[in-house]
Design a protein around this ligand. Structure first.
Ligand code: FES
Ligand code: FES
Length: 225
């Protein structure tokens, strides 16, 4: 399909306000460079294959907002039941921090690369920045705030304090949640194992040796985590 044909197709199908943009893009100036021409062609192709619904949604902000209409979500977080209303695009991390005020779970990279945001879902560790909140409907979430029992710290929290497993502390909630997951998975049999299976949790302060010591102590202590 030529660029002109694409424009006519879009005009007939959608009656878009964008059409004047397309027309101006399609006015091929003989002085345009090859790179410029390729850019325009790529943009036109993207519009041509885009869902008509997506194109229509771009007509104004209200339509875009409608796409993100809130949906109901039920979760148990740290033993407490929540009935929530969330936009489908919201991550579990943002729900915890922004909507529920559970800021113990940290946002580092927001791209699944640092482990700061580690929480447990149904007992397993996950990066909450990579999980949409709505994907966890009906599940049990545990955050760092849910580990201690009143004044009594979780054994992993005790061990991190005993071994100085942190400096600035920013990565620490994620390290602790991940360390518990590591033991539960049976991946803390040696220090080498721990280093391997904790490698998704980055510590910019370099507290790694102390973190490994803390995890090994909890593992060898035999307490249930
Ligand atoms: S914030 Fe989730 S992995 Fe970095
Ligand atoms: S203690 Fe500072 S980033 Fe780990």
């Amino acid at each position: 399909m030529t660029q002109s044909a694409i424009i006519i197709f879009l005009r007939q199908a959608e009656g878009l306000n964008l059409i004047h943009i397309l027309i101006s893009m399609n006015t091929h100036n003989k002085n345009d460079g090859r790179r410029d021409f390729l850019k325009k062609s790529t943009a036109l192709a993207a519009l041509a294959i885009a869902s008509p619904a997506i194109i229509k949604a771009g007509e104004n902000d209200e339509n875009i907002a409608a796409w993100f209409e809130k949906v109901p979500l039920e979760l148990e977080i740290n033993g407490q039941a929540y009935k929530l209303s969330v936009e489908p695009r919201v991550t579990l991390l943002d729900l915890l921090r922004e909507q529920l005020g559970l800021t113990g779970t940290k946002k580092g990279c927001d791209h699944g690369q640092c482990g700061c945001c580690t929480v447990h879902v149904d007992g397993k560790r996950i990066n909450s920045c990579l999980s949409l909140a709505v994907m966890n409907h009906g599940k049990k979430v545990t955050t760092i705030e849910g580990l201690a029992k009143g004044e009594e710290l979780h054994p992993m929290q005790e061990a991190f304090m005993k071994h100085d497993g942190f400096q600035c502390g920013y990565c620490t909630p994620g390290q602790i949640m991940s360390a518990i997951g590591c033991i539960r998975e049976g991946h803390a049999n040696t220090a080498e194992d721990v280093r391997e299976y904790m490698s998704g949790n980055i510590c910019r302060c370099g507290a790694y040796p102390n973190i490994v010591d803390a995890i090994m102590e909890v593992k060898n202590g035999g307490k249930t985590v």
